[in-house]
Design a binder for this molecule. Structure first.
Ligand SMILES: [Zn+2]
Length: 72
């Protein structure tokens, strides 16, 4: 009987990749939040991004760009 085992190696690889990439993204996010104003939602450095009055756990991508330009 042909039985699909799935792809456990691929699945764990994907999990590993996510574990490796997320902390770095989180650090960049936190750094950008500390150093840059957000061009998208107009908050000051240190203030979390918000969207329609709701605070975001993430920040707007434009803020990361802004932070890089600020520190360049
Ligand atoms: Zn923002």
């Amino acid at each position: 009987m042909g039985h699909h085992q799935g792809t456990p190696i691929l699945a764990s690889l994907r999990h590993l990749l996510r574990a490796l990439t997320q902390p770095r993204v989180f650090r960049i996010t936190r750094w950008a939040r500390m150093v840059a104003c957000c061009p998208a939602c107009q908050v000051e450095p240190g203030i979390p991004c918000h969207d329609n009055g709701r605070a975001l756990t993430d920040i707007h991508p434009r803020r990361i760009k802004e932070a890089k330009e600020t520190c360049a």
